[in-house]
Design a protein around this ligand. Sequence first.
Ligand code: BMA
Length: 325
Amino acid sequence: MNENSPILPNIPWEDRPTGCDDIVWRYSANPIIPRNLTKTSNSIFNSAVVPFKGKFAGVFRCDNKKREMNIHNGRSDDGIHWHIEDDPIEWVTNDPELSHFEHRYDPRVTWLEDRYYVTWCNGYHGPTIGIGYTYDFEKFHFIENAFLPFNRNGVLFPRKINGNFYMLNRPSDNGHTPFGDIFVSESPDMVHWGRHRHAMGTKGGWQSTKIGAGPVPIETSEGWLLFYHGVLTSCNGFVYSFGAALLDLDEPWKVIYRGGSYLMSPQTLYECVGDVPNVAFPCATLYDQPSGKIAIYYGGADTVTGLAFTTLPEVMQFLKDNDDK
Ligand code: BMA
C-alpha cells in the first residue's frame, strides 16, 4: 500500500474566479458540508480529509444535538460530497483510562509510513492531544494521550525526521485560552514525547492573541509548508484567520519564512455567522505535486465545513514577498 504518493489527479478543484487576486480563494459552492448532514449533528466543522484508495476518507468533528463534541468517520468519491457516519468513532484500546470521554474535537489525519494516524484534541481531565491510527477507516486504535493537559492543535509531520516522529502542538489552558504559541515535540514511539522546542509565537494584528498549527505540513524542497490559524481579539471576541509559514526540513521548529498577512480571514456569511462567529479554521489539505494544486478544508463559524484552493508556487512566492519572521 502506498498512500504517500504526491500525485493526486482527482484533487477537488475550481479555478480562481476571474478578477480575484487572492492567493487563497473559496469554492463557489461552499459550504460543502452543512451543519445537519447527519441525523445527530448540530454542526460539522474543523475536520480532516485524506486520499484513500483512489477516493477520499476523513475524520470529522461533529458536535451533536446534546452539544457533545466528538469525531466521526466519513467517505467521499470526489472530496466534495461526503457521507459521514451518524455514530462517533469507537476507539479500540485495552486501557480503560483511554476510554474516558470528555470531548474529542479538531482532528487531523496523516498517512505516515504504513497507516493513517489521527490526532485530535482529547479531553483527559482537560484538553490534551489524543493519538490513534487506522489502516482502513473501519477500525480505529487509540495509542495514547501525547501530553499532560492542557494542549490543543496537535499536528503530526507526515514522516519521521532524523529517525523520530514530530508533532506541532500548542500548550493552552482549560478554557478559551487567551494566549498560545506553537511548539514542536519529538517522539521515538508515538507514546513518549519530549525535546519540546518553541517554533512560533504570536505577532501583531490577525495573529496577536494566539496561533495554532492547522493541516499536516506539506513537504517541499525548501521546507515544510505550514498553514496555521491566528486569532485576534476584537471588541466583539475572537477572530480566527489563517496564514502560512515555511519550517526547516530537519529542524522544524526553525522558521524560514512567515507570512505577515493572513491568507484567509472570515468574510463570508458562513464564516461570520454560526455557533461561533468569525472563524475560518483549517484542519486539512490535499496536494497534487505535478500541478501544484492545494485544496484546503476549513471550518466556518464552528458550524459548517468549507473548501478553499491555492497553489504551492503561489503560496511560496507569497511567503517570500511577505516574510515577517
Ligand atoms: C478553539 C477550538 C476550535 C474552535 C475555535 C473557535 O479554541 O475550540 O475548535 O474552532 O476555538 O471557537
